[in-house]
Design a protein around this ligand. Structure first.
Ligand code: SF4
Length: 465
């Protein structure tokens, strides 16, 4: 008589904990590593206790970020004990090992193979023949960001040598990804539910320079490895519902060819938003910083862009207290900001980073002066931001929903979203009252703006787009 064999017990998957520090680029690295590990049969653990091994993806951009990374490693060792370190601080393996001899392995930024191998060694997957055929996960299968927005990394490294920055030492020269591979990843992300793509790199406008803007075939036509071709093609993508995703460009330097993407924003193919890290305006300071594209007549360019696309939002960041910055340089920056009327501004007080050329520059700015300049800059940029947001009261704007709350005692549901002028995590928010039931993260709705403060908007859903 035939008997049914007992079902085979598959081993429980090993679990990985992940602590991801640093910039959006590091976040993309974490996502890639987790995608690879899941393809190898690992499961993710939301806490230290449930993890067989904990990965700490570190950031080493500023000394304060290094401290944060070391603190995170220390916490993971104390809470779990089995820790692998990866990311930018991997270039300082000796320091990490000296401080935390119990660390199992240290690997550098983008060394996906090395980190995956270290995990295999620390917690062998032990899959057996049944799970080894798990297909490779698609890009975006594991994402640490909410499903409705995804970062799209187009290149690594940087060909510049800004005096305050050690990224080129940590990450090497510009290495662009093939444009067809980038577009394929974007297409898959959008097919899987991404409603907003955030294009990131160290220098987005230099995309493809290292590949001499080589052409690749994409859906039957040639496309160059170039920012404008990339932007145009991303603008052609459609979600499963047939609507274009929001496409936001970050870390763009004002090279002349940036002008070519502004009409795409006016046509609705690209989100009318540019993140341009100007860092300063005074020619003396920019020269000392060795910033790229600083000769461009930026104020005239901004005016021309706004003439083509009046709703374009410009975000930027600035460093105050760079060595040698005089009161006259700083006053120049404030005047420039008054004229530039940027929509979103982040500011940093200059901080020397071990290994950066700026550390040996003469005339350091005293801490108290840095603080005072920082406060003056923030006061001005908040005033500009408040006026710009106030001008939006009464308008109806598209808003992407990030989070929907629970009904309050009256049954009203609130939600948080962002306008096209707000990138996630770095810009403001739109707070909605009394949203319709069924609204969910990733929906794009028309919102009538009722109020504003210095950073955020407040409104109510008009009609669904
Ligand atoms: S452009 Fe300058 S600040 Fe940006 S990564 Fe390159 S060297 Fe660093």
């Amino acid at each position: 008589m035939l008997t049914t064999p007992d079902p085979i017990e598959l081993p429980a998957p090993r679990r990985i904990g992940m602590v991801s520090l640093g910039c959006p680029k590091a976040l993309v690295d974490s996502e890639r590593i987790l995608t690879r590990l899941r393809a190898d049969g690992y499961a993710m653990s939301a806490d230290y206790a449930g993890a067989d091994v904990v990965l700490v993806n570190t950031c080493g951009f500023l000394d304060s970020a290094k401290e944060e990374s070391l603190a995170a490693i220390g916490e993971a060792i104390a809470e779990n004990g089995r820790v692998i370190v990866t990311g930018c601080m991997g270039s300082e393996a000796e320091l990490i090992r000296a401080k935390f001899p119990a660390v199992l392995a240290v690997t550098g930024a983008h060394q996906y193979d090395a980190v995956v191998e270290a995990v295999h060694e620390a917690a062998p997957p032990g899959l057996g023949p049944y799970l080894d055929l798990v297909p490779q996960a698609d890009p975006g299968d594991i994402t640490l960001t909410p499903r409705h927005y995804s970062y799209l990394k187009i290149s690594e490294g940087c060909n510049h040598s800004c005096a305050f920055c050690i990224i080129p030492q940590l990450r090497g020269k510009l290495a662009s990804r093939r444009i067809d591979a980038v577009l394929r990843e974007a297409e898959k992300l959008v097919a899987a539910g991404t409603r907003e793509l955030l294009v990131i790199s160290q220098d987005t406008s230099a995309y493809g320079v290292d590949l001499r803007h080589e052409e690749r075939a994409w859906h039957g036509h040639p496309v160059r490895t170039h920012m404008t071709d990339l932007a145009r093609e991303l603008g052609q993508l459609r979600t499963p519902a047939g609507v274009p995703p929001w496409v936001r460009l970050h870390y763009v330097y004002p090279y002349p060819h940036v002008d070519a993407v502004i009409p795409l924003m006016a046509e609705g193919l690209l989100t009318p938003y540019l993140d341009i890290p100007f860092q300063h305006a005074s020619p003396n300071v920019l020269r000392a910083m060795k910033r790229p594209a600083n000769e461009a007549k930026v104020l005239e360019r901004l005016a021309a862009w706004r003439a083509i696309c009046p709703d374009i939002a410009i975000r930027s960041s600035f460093v105050v207290g760079f060595p040698g910055e005089t009161e006259a340089d700083f006053a120049y920056l404030l005047e420039w900001l008054e004229e530039a009327q940027l929509d979103r501004v982040g500011a940093f007080r200059f901080e020397p980073v071990a290994g950066a050329a700026a550390n040996s520059l003469p005339d350091p700015v005293p801490e108290a002066v840095k603080e005072e300049r920082y406060a003056r800059l923030m006061e001005l940029t908040e005033k500009i931001s408040a006026a710009k947001l106030e001008a939006k009261i009464g308008r109806t704007l598209p808003v992407i929903i990030d989070e929907v709350g629970e009904p309050d005692e009256d049954g009203d549901i609130g939600a948080t979203g962002r306008s096209e002028a707000d990138a996630p995590e770095i810009d403001g928010a739109v707070y909605l009252r009394n949203v319709p039931a069924g609204l969910k993260a990733g929906d794009v709705v028309a919102v009538t703006v009722e109020d504003a403060d210095a950073h955020d908007l407040f409104g109510v859903v008009a009609t669904e787009r």
